[in-house]
Design a binder for this molecule. Structure first.
Ligand SMILES: NC(=O)c1ccc[n+]([C@@H]2O[C@H](COP(=O)([O-])OP(=O)(O)OC[C@H]3O[C@@H](n4cnc5c(N)ncnc54)[C@H](OP(=O)(O)O)[C@@H]3O)[C@@H](O)[C@H]2O)c1
Length: 356
């Protein structure tokens, strides 16, 4: 079978490089073009490579970065654009790509809250993908935009999904311990973050509430109706490299389950991508850790199997129940499940549904 030609918009960045690594050897998608700004133009991927755990094949490493140009992508018959550029640029360039017939899988916040654009996490809301038909019709575009969520709310939403299906609650409190790579490259100045914590990440706390409500909401055939919950977040940048750890407290209503009911809900959780055996779907979307000191970014950020799904599983641990208060930790790899890997899984869903 012929592979579908894809490009990365912003291939030299933190998320862009993850895309490159995860698309190597992909069974359905061929990486055909890598775009960046004028600054990196002409450099080979191997010249800018900063992911220590993913060494590139020679062919991929020698791909040259070109200045982002949608017309050039169209000329080269690119069908999929993986978006990893800053939000202000995404706002113009992703629409241009959708108008030109490309299927855009975006990591930027620009269109996440757009009424005709899904924030797709297919284990949670596969059916939201259908809104893309309305997007194309109403906007008159040949292509479309699908977004994935802010990286912190991705981990939280995956952990909340099995609970919200079985138990009743409306209030979620979360404190995050977010890795440096979440701020892109070069990101936070080293003198600010080395041996320090920064208790402010611009717009992050609001995004967690807004996006979480939409992700966990329902598509009624016309619109995505947000879930009736409130997420109260405190977001902190910490000096870990990859993987956002989150301390979650939920106020349960109604009948209170036991801690083992909660553990069972996490460990038995599965979704449509698992049933479809999509290439980047982790066999288990949630990995429950029973040790007292897990999950940890260094030990658990790359959780997930098979190999192509490394970093796609969310780890959960330290479940505690006191009266109506449930507490646990969750951990998500911010540039894999929280961005590049999430987008690739979304593209696999669209390919499965015959949308590309
Ligand atoms: N890091 C994360 O964990 C994470 C998670 C979820 C979502 N996101 C979102 O994903 C996007 C990318 O984040 P990142 O962390 O990868 O950022 P980054 O490391 O700063 O990379 C930004 C990329 O965009 C390119 N770019 C910047 N300005 C451009 C321009 N005018 N024209 C063409 N290309 C341009 C850069 O190219 P040059 O190298 O040439 O400058 C680089 O490839 C952002 O919207 C971010 O909010 C990030």
């Amino acid at each position: 079978v012929d592979k579908i030609p894809a490009a990365i918009f912003g291939a030299s960045g933190m998320v862009g490089q993850r895309f490159v690594a995860m698309l190597e050897g992909h069974p359905q998608i061929e990486l055909s073009a890598v775009y960046s700004s004028e600054r990196s133009k002409g450099k080979r991927l191997t010249d800018i490579w900063r992911l220590p755990e993913s060494m590139l094949e020679e062919d991929t490493g020698s791909l040259k970065l070109e200045k982002l140009d949608v017309e050039d992508a169209v000329k080269r018959k690119i069908k999929i654009a993986f978006g990893a550029v800053p939000a202000d640029l995404a706002k113009t360039v992703e629409v241009e790509a959708a108008k030109s017939g490309l299927a855009v899988f975006s990591n930027a916040s620009a269109y996440r809250m757009d009424e005709l654009t899904p924030i797709l996490i297919p284990e949670i809301n596969y059916e939201h993908l259908k809104i893309v038909e309305l997007q194309k019709k109403k906007r008159g575009t040949k292509g479309f935009i699908v977004t994935n969520a802010n990286c912190s709310v991705t981990g939280l939403s995956v952990a909340l999904k099995p609970l919200i299906e079985k138990f009743s609650f409306k209030k979620v409190f979360v404190s995050t311990y977010q890795a440096i790579s979440g701020a892109g490259y070069p990101g936070v100045p080293s003198l600010d973050i080395n041996a320090n914590c920064l208790p402010y990440i611009k717009n992050e706390e609001d995004k967690m509430n807004r996006e979480g409500r939409k992700i966990l909401g329902t598509f009624d055939g016309k619109t995505i109706v947000p879930r009736d919950i409130e997420i109260w977040a405190n977001c902190v940048r910490v000096p870990s490299r990859d993987g956002h750890l989150e301390a979650v407290t939920i106020q349960l209503d109604g009948k209170i389950p036991s801690a083992s009911d909660i553990a069972e809900a996490f460990s038995s959780f599965t979704g449509v991508p698992q049933r479809l055996k999509l290439p980047t779907a982790p066999a288990k979307p949630i990995i429950l850790r029973l040790e007292d000191n897990r999950p940890q970014p260094i030990l658990d950020a790359l959780a997930g199997s098979p190999g192509r799904a490394r970093g796609m599983a969310v780890s959960v641990g330290r479940i505690r129940l006191d009266g109506d208060l449930l507490r646990f930790f969750c951990l998500v790899h911010n540039t894999i499940r929280g961005s590049a890997g999430g987008s690739i899984l979304n593209a696999e869903c669209a390919i499965h549904d015959g949308m590309i």
